[in-house]
Ligand binder design. Structure first.
Ligand SMILES: [Ca+2]
Length: 344
């Protein structure tokens, strides 16, 4: 008992000064950040409003540290992301917003079903945008040493967005990592791609659907979207496919994130010659485009030929699972009555 009391007293003595030092260090850091923000033209009243009540948010750091190692299987991922409920809701949302989606689609050259699919996968059509104060999350991640340089840049971009008056600090909500609003843009993506399509002077990706649609479309278009093409398709491979691929010496098309898991960058004619067919066994389309092959569940699992638009989706989130979910949801939204993802 005496030992435990001693420990308790020692812990109390230690905790006080350490926490106080931490607070001083954080306050100094914040003061320095504020000085930097002033030098790039952010108005003092914006900084007063945005930074007055920010604190170091331990929950954000925990979330950053504890990103799941466990990876869902491809089938589980697709079933959860491209569920019947999400398809039904997407069809309703497309009906509800058809005029806006069509106007944006025509202006940017992106089919409305792909805009809706990204909207649906990112935030369930704007329903789950994350309730975190973006400035507080970014302040925390910029102060935390793990990726401080990246998040400090994003924080300064976020302050610029506030300075331009697109949103007020208390309404600037997003994920714990600072991804904002219905399309989940990081502040740097907002600055580059967010659009004010309804012309009210604010690029509002939080509450104005047509601005959300235009922002997603501009992002995809910037990365080479072509609206006379789709994302790719599921294919059948011949039994001796891997031997044929080895003989060709085909490797990954690019050394960039998810493309490292793709094979080849060949024309559809060349894939046809390698024995690849549509999933129903018919010949591949006679279209002069290149495609790379991805098998997200590994050898023996489902195979997909993916086109240039797939790479634009990967720019949004560099994960083959993600891009395949967007592609399948877009297909389901096009072919009304099409069900959710099926492993068959
Ligand atoms: Ca607007």
């Amino acid at each position: 008992m005496i030992f435990r009391l001693c420990c308790l007293v020692a812990a109390l003595l230690l905790a006080g000064p350490v926490q106080a030092d931490e607070r001083v260090a954080f306050d100094q850091w914040l003061a320095e950040l504020r000085a930097k923000a002033l030098t790039i033209g952010i108005r003092p009243e914006i900084l007063d409003a945005a930074l007055a009540y920010v604190r170091y948010d331990e929950g954000v750091v925990q979330a950053d540290r504890n990103q799941p190692e466990f990876k869902q299987t491809f089938d589980d991922y697709m079933r959860s992301r491209v569920s019947d409920a999400r398809i039904r809701m997407g069809q309703e949302k497309i009906r509800e917003h058809w005029d806006d989606l069509q106007a944006v689609g025509a202006a940017y050259g992106v089919q409305p079903r792909f805009i809706a699919a990204i909207w649906g996968i990112e935030t369930n059509y704007g329903r789950y945008t994350g309730g975190k104060n973006v400035v507080q999350s970014l302040v925390t991640l910029a102060y935390d040493p793990r990726r401080s340089e990246y998040f400090r840049k994003e924080l300064l971009e976020a302050l610029q967005i506030l300075n331009e008056g697109h949103i007020s600090p208390e309404k600037m909500k997003g994920s714990w990592a600072g991804a904002m609003g219905q399309p989940q843009f990081m502040p740097s993506s907002f600055r580059a791609y967010a659009e004010d399509f309804n012309g009210d002077g604010r690029r509002d990706i939080w509450t104005t659907p047509v601005d959300v649609f235009a922002s997603i479309a501009k992002y995809l278009k910037n990365y080479g979207w072509q609206d006379n093409r789709t994302w790719g398709r599921r294919v059948q491979l011949p039994a001796d496919f891997d031997a044929r691929i080895a003989a060709q010496g085909l490797g990954a098309p690019m050394d960039r994130c998810a493309l490292r898991e793709h094979l080849g960058d060949l024309s559809l004619d060349q894939w046809q010659a390698l024995g690849v067919r549509r999933s129903d066994g018919r010949a591949l389309p006679k279209v002069a485009i290149n495609a790379s092959l991805v098998r997200p569940a590994g050898d023996g699992g489902p195979a997909f030929l993916t086109y240039g638009n797939f790479r634009a989706i990967l720019r949004y989130n560099c994960s083959n699972f993600y891009a395949l979910a967007v592609g399948h949801l877009a297909d389901a939204l096009k072919f009304r009555g099409g069900g959710g993802y099926s492993a068959q």
